[in-house]
Design a protein. Sequence first.
Length: 178
Amino acid sequence: METERLLLIAEDDASFARTLSRSFERRGYTVLLAADLAAVSTLLQGRSPGYAVVDLKLAGGTSGLACVQALHAHDPDMLIVVLTGYASIATAVEAIKLGACHYLAKPSNTDDIEAAFSRAEGNAAIGLTERPTSIKTLEWERIHETLADTGFNISETARRLGMHRRTLARKLEKQRVK
């Protein structure tokens, strides 16, 4: 089995994982599927994928960041793309620090992911945005950062942010993302 065409997908949404898997298989990849960190660890025994796509929020409330860390420890040359519906600056920075080569917000497709694999090196010539970050965006990023720190525990996140749990739940409902 050719290492450079072996892809591991860590995604707890079974239908999305199957769709993504079929799409990559049509492009010549051999795909391994895992729903959580334990399944990833099992699949890595005796195998060394060249590529990985990791969802930020895995089954059982497991953080995809722990998965990124384990994959990078297994093979520092593996190209890892984090794919998430819970995008924030804090988790993007942590994903890159832990070994991901790219971080994509959902919805993303196979073309986006494959392009991210080919852009593993940084680009110093990328233009800066002219629009400053809004207060709403900053608030959402802070909420998400705290959510990630608490393992997506709503009550503990609300306590750390100094707000009522129902208030936090309403804010999360307004920003519903997968």
